[in-house]
Write a protein of this length. Structure first.
Length: 379
């Protein structure tokens, strides 16, 4: 190694260490300020807490060591701003920001479609058993768990319906990234996400009618139409967009980076709107919803993994099924709660479950990344 290379590596390492220290320091300041705010509600404490969160999130975005938690950090920053200054996410002048929720979800779904190809759907023919067991577990375990937890915690009907809803949605767009980091079967993950989303216009309304029909009014056809309009149409347009760019050989890596930034911004903004809109209610049931989200998510991972093991899928595919089952499409649940149930309280569960799923998914991915799977094949 040359001196120049050694100095470059040393400088890069020093920069990374400095940024990590800065990030951890900012996070500690945030925790101290949050505690002060909780006990005193001082404006200065709020400002320091938010500034610290913004600094930490910014550092995480550019730091190699912290980049995995950048998205979660920005989500928590938006949650903090929504709690401290709710008007920031409620309206700008006369414009009500919650009217942006559905268009933002459609934009995110377009981005998801723009990463897919027809091969992602037809691949099910090459691994039917793995895809079938994954989708079966996803649309059985998670809705039933959601219903059981909603009843166990005694949530009021609107909130309970939101818990059932998050469990009745297909896999989330983050599952593909988490699968990659976990050294799972990425092709299986993408196919499961694509196929479960394609089935959602029928399965999600059906599950909601069966499990939440006594909690809130469920008009089956309205759900089918709204899911098609909010989810399926944007994904289809994104799929066509991707196919055209590939045919013209104009598909650059910058498109994926741009769409991922749009998705991150959109999800953070949506969560901020929901938290701000239901802030007072969340202060009374927030802890219970967090507990429910942890239990729901953890059970999804465990039952998904061992369900896949039971049918003798290989280790890489078992990890994939666990992540696909445990990570739900919180954005879709949010849009349906607002647009179909027309109840902001029903959107609280997706707003709480979403950030936690990203935190737990990152932790699980890091743990599995350090333990490469064996190279056994699916029978």
């Amino acid at each position: 190694m040359t001196d120049g290379q050694g100095n470059a590596n040393h400088d890069g390492s020093s920069t990374s260490v400095r940024m990590t220290i800065l990030g951890v320091g900012a996070w500690l300041i945030f925790l101290i300020a949050w505690n002060a705010m909780a006990t005193d509600s001082a404006p200065t404490a709020k400002a320091v807490a938010i500034l610290s969160a913004v600094v930490f999130s910014s550092v995480a975005t550019v730091s190699a060591r912290l980049r995995k938690v950048a998205f979660t950090a920005w989500v928590l920053t938006c949650v903090l701003i929504a709690f401290c200054y709710p008007q920031t996410f409620i309206h700008w002048g006369d414009f009500q920001l919650k009217t942006l929720i559905v268009p933002l979800i459609q934009l995110i779904m377009f981005g998801m479609g723009a990463t897919l190809t027809l091969a992602d759907f037809t691949r099910v023919l090459k691994m039917p058993r793995a895809v079938l067991i994954g989708i079966l577990l996803q649309f059985s375990i998670m809705p039933l768990l959601g219903f059981a937890l909603a009843m166990a915690f005694g949530f009021e009907p609107s909130v309970a319906a939101g818990v059932v809803l998050i469990g009745s949605c297909p896999g989330g767009v983050a599952s593909n990234v988490m699968t990659y980091l976990s050294k799972g079967n990425v092709a299986l993950s993408v196919t499961m996400t694509a196929c479960s989303t394609l089935l959602s216009p029928v399965l999600t309304p059906l599950l909601m009618y069966m499990l939440a029909g006594t909690l809130v009014e469920i008009v089956f056809l309205d759900w089918v139409i709204n899911i098609t309009k909010i989810i399926i149409v944007p994904i289809s347009i994104g799929l066509i967009f991707n196919s055209v760019l590939r045919a013209l050989d104009r598909r650059g890596a910058w498109i994926d980076r741009f769409l991922s930034w749009i998705a991150m911004f959109g999800i953070c903004f949506i969560i901020g709107i929901i938290i701000a809109d239901s802030r007072d209610k969340l202060l009374t049931i927030g802890i219970a919803l967090v507990a429910a989200s942890i239990l729901h998510n953890a059970a999804g991972y465990v039952l998904g993994y061992f369900g896949a093991r039971l049918v003798k899928l290989d280790e890489s595919s078992c990890r994939t099924v666990a992540i696909e089952v445990g990570l739900q499409n919180g954005g879709m649940a949010t849009a349906l709660a607002i647009n179909t149930l027309k109840d902001p309280l029903a959107a609280l569960a997706p707003a709480i479950f979403g950030p936690w799923m990203n935190i737990s998914g990152s932790m699980l991915a890091s743990w599995w990344a350090a333990r490469p799977p064996t190279s056994e094949k699916i029978d």
